[in-house]
Design a protein around this ligand. Structure first.
Ligand SMILES: [Fe+2]
Length: 187
């Protein structure tokens, strides 16, 4: 019998758009990000329906050994002087890692180990980020264009947002047109 040749899904490396595959899409709006930004008054003044980021994922089988593939599109902008960012998370299965690939825009990937100091990596088109297990991760858009990053992670990893109730220990703001990265006590 002749082997079957299947057209796989495709991703546009410049925009992160998927083609030839079934996808799921989720938007995260300003209203969904209560308590994430330091300047609560500025957050209240911002349109609650504005979509800060969208995640588009390929539909995948779930279960041990399966992988999800998704692209995050994070808008440029700020709440007060703090750059737009994703909520960020630990994996529910803490030991599970993930890989991010920068596609477009400029930003930072904030990595916060469960035990240890937070650190950042620059995200640009072509950057590769190996996120180890036991490490929370968040994207921050420090540029003026959409920041898009492709991610691949185990379907069993899951998300745990509650463990970060006190927030990440780094905030990234703009001051005098400079990007300011500072450590904070309680997120
Ligand atoms: Fe993740």
């Amino acid at each position: 019998m002749k082997p079957v040749i299947i057209q796989p899904p495709q991703v546009d490396w410049f925009t992160g758009a998927f083609a030839h595959g079934a996808t799921l899409r989720k938007s995260t709006r300003i209203a969904d990000l209560a308590g994430i930004f330091a300047d609560t008054a500025a957050w209240h003044r911002t349109d609650p329906d504005f979509a800060v980021y969208d995640v588009e994922m390929l539909e995948s089988p779930t279960g041990e050994g399966e992988l999800y593939t998704g692209v995050t599109h994070l808008q440029p902008g700020k709440i007060g002087d703090e750059f737009f960012m994703t909520r960020g998370h630990f994996h529910a299965r803490r030991e599970q890692g993930e890989v991010y690939y920068g596609l477009r825009g400029t930003g930072l990937l904030l990595l916060q180990p469960e035990h240890g100091r937070a650190y950042l990596q620059t995200v640009t088109a072509g950057s590769v980020h190996i996120i180890p297990g036991f490490t929370a991760h968040r994207l921050i858009n420090t540029g003026s264009e959409v920041l898009s990053a492709l991610a691949v992670w185990p379907t069993i990893a899951g998300h745990d947002y509650t463990a970060l109730a006190s927030g990440f220990s780094v905030r990234v703001t703009e001051a005098n047109r400079q990007i300011l990265v500072r450590e904070v006590q309680n997120g």
